[in-house]
Design a protein around this ligand. Structure first.
Ligand code: GLA
Length: 335
């Protein structure tokens, strides 16, 4: 073994002159990966526990326990916090869109409820979260469509996005506010995201960054498309954050279920991909302010259930035991 590899550097230390390094956590991993999180990461995001449905399951009934624990852990360990997420079409309680009689609410009611949620949540954590995904995934993947069909769009209209940012800015004027999306490097979707954010800036909507979710895999997207996306978004003069990075061991349409361990070939390819991605991120250190993995290590990842239920995946740079994979060494050897 390479002599140098006997000492494992802290990932966030290696990147201290570039950007903060984050992990998405949940209440389980916050305790099972405690030491690993402290060692390698200096930024955290709640994987699920700060989504609308979990924070406000009923009107005016907020469940802050898990989020409070996350904040306490981050504070104890001097870590930054990214808030995720305020307005989204998924994992949002149905009550917000309906009245007592089960009928759809009107625009003003929904806007008032949106504002109440944003101001309560951001108000509680003012100063703790330095950045927020204000609107998540509002762009459609459908070629013929610009914005995704959702209750937010249907009831409020296109300006639900601008309104969310205005409410968020009012709730915490110091927070950096992000529009966050996946398939962000796909040229067609990239242009729609660009169009949306540009239109917000033209209307003086308080938006400060674009979140590139970066749910990538061994084969896609290609590096040229990622670079083009970074360039295009950066041309708007905003900061960029890589918000949900994972590199699936399988191509999107690969439904194989025979593997119980990643093959050598997978690990090598993954290391090569990670090396290229982080080289690119370092190149754009002036615009990229954070890189967050959508998990901490291969023991737990949402990809072990998606898109193939029950199929194990190994998308990170630390293995199931939290030990560095070849991918880790490739991104920490930055001389
Ligand atoms: C999207 C959301 C995340 C998460 C992932 C899957 O990317 O933004 O909050 O739900 O899907 O874990």
């Amino acid at each position: 073994m390479d002599q140098k590899r006997t000492i494992i550097p802290a990932l966030h230390e290696v990147y201290k002159d570039y950007f903060s390094i984050g992990a998405a956590v949940n209440s389980k991993t916050l305790s099972s990966d405690k030491e690993l999180l402290k060692k390698h990461f200096n930024s955290l995001t709640a994987e699920n526990e700060m989504k609308f449905g979990l924070l406000q399951p009923q009107e005016g009934v907020y469940t802050f326990d898990q989020a409070d624990k996350l904040v306490a852990f981050a504070d104890e360990n001097g870590m930054k916090l990214r808030g995720h997420t305020l307005v989204w079409h998924n994992q949002t309680s149905d009550w917000i869109f309906t009245n007592k009689d089960g009928l759809q609410v009107d625009r003003d009611t929904l806007l008032a409820r949106m504002e109440a949620h944003i101001s309560t949540v951001m108000g509680r954590y003012k100063g703790s979260f330095y950045s927020w995904d204000v609107v998540n995934e509002a762009i459609s993947d459908d070629h013929a469509e610009y914005l995704r069909q959702s209750k937010w769009l249907e009831i409020i209209g296109e300006d639900f996005i601008a309104k969310a940012f205005e409410f968020a800015h009012k709730a915490d004027p110091n927070a950096s506010l992000f529009y966050n999306d996946y398939n962000e490097s796909d040229p067609e979707k990239r242009e729609k995201i660009y169009r949306l954010v540009k239109s917000l800036l033209e209307k003086d909507v308080p938006i400060h960054g674009i979140g590139l979710q970066a749910h990538w895999n061994l084969y896609a997207p290609n590096l040229d498309d990622i670079r083009a996306a970074i360039e295009r978004y950066a041309s708007l003069g905003l900061q960029l954050q890589i918000t949900e990075m994972d590199v699936s061991a399988f191509a999107w349409d690969d439904r194989r279920t025979d593997l119980t361990q990643p093959t050598e070939e997978i690990l090598e390819l993954q290391a090569k991909r990670y090396e290229e991605f982080f080289k690119l991120f370092r190149e754009y250190r002036d615009v990229i302010t954070n890189v967050t993995f959508w998990g901490a290590n291969d023991a737990y990842t949402w990809l072990s259930n998606f898109p193939v239920p029950g199929r194990k995946n190994w998308p990170f740079v630390l293995d199931e035991k939290g030990t560095p994979k070849e991918s880790f060494w490739k991104i920490t050897d930055i001389k």
